[in-house]
Design a binder for this molecule. Sequence first.
Ligand SMILES: [Zn+2]
Length: 50
Amino acid sequence: MRELLGSCTDCGKDVYCMDGFLNGVYIENRLFCFECADPEEKKEQEKEQA
Ligand SMILES: [Zn+2]
């Protein structure tokens, strides 16, 4: 079961709840996808490639 919760506050991507798992994060009552909620992780990946 997949339920649309809304769109990411930052990038506008749709965020779903899938089988009870939230496909994003709530921060201060705003909805973000994982990519926008965790920019630190993205930075780490870029560092590894360099
Ligand atoms: Zn996003």
